[in-house]
Design a protein around this ligand. Sequence first.
Ligand SMILES: [Zn+2]
Length: 317
Amino acid sequence: MQAPIIGHQQILEQLYHAIASNRVAGAYLFVGVANVGKETVALHFAKSINCLSPEEGACGTCLSCRKADDGNHPDLQIIRPSGAWIKIDQIRELQHRIIYRPLEGVRKVYILTEAERMNLEAANCLLKTLEEPPADSVLILLTTNLDALLPTIRSRCQIIPFHPLLVSDLAGHLMERFNINETQASSISTVAGGAVGKALGLLQEGAEFDEEIPEIMMVGNRLDAFRIAEKWTAQPEALDHLVTWYRDLIMLHQGAPADLLTHVHHAEELRQLATHYSRLQLQSAIKTIFETKAMLQRNVNATLALEVLALKLLRKP
Ligand SMILES: [Zn+2]
């Protein structure tokens, strides 16, 4: 039995049930934010369909499961954007293969990641397959943006929405599965926004969010700001974490009780700190952090953007 998937139990049960009752749809559309778990569930679904001894999903140990895990099951294919787009050639290739019967498994499974990256030409081409899906085949489209897909594509798929986990639930899973304490688990889950894949990525990177109040809230001189900006350059996730501290200060400004804070263990210090800021300053701090994050995604000069951010966030003497 392989390690259970974190979260999404209802979806998994729904999919297992479809397999057990022989009612697997010809096409699915998994919708949810990046790294929420769509691909993990899609792969597990694919494995479960072709598993030789399924028991509440894929066994993880039979020949079929092992081939799938190694990426060489002849009836499972994952199609990712080649460069920025899923190209029409990739869809044509899929259409060329999908008409043949499965070689080893019960069904041929095709997973298209980032389906919103199909251009119109590729999407129209795929539509033909969706209109008449060959027997013994399953297409699983994954997307972060339902609106970016043609309505004609959406309407031919069974849509399954994926939601991020509650931060507290995710933290619980992380503590159970990995050797980390409650503070680390809740900190990582908060930064990941409940998205399992993002949390696991952060763990793998060895991200350590020290649970001290962020330095930028404590210092007032420009040299400190530049030093802090340099740290952020190496660990941009720190910005997500920073937001959680400013949010706590805003909560305190609004008179919220300490147990509603993310950083509840620092409630007293934060209460002190909150008196140094106006509500407007805190709101503008959060806005500036989000603006900087958006700029970083557009590949602006990161060092410069982070330095400007640090200077803006400096506490006024
Ligand atoms: Zn198996």
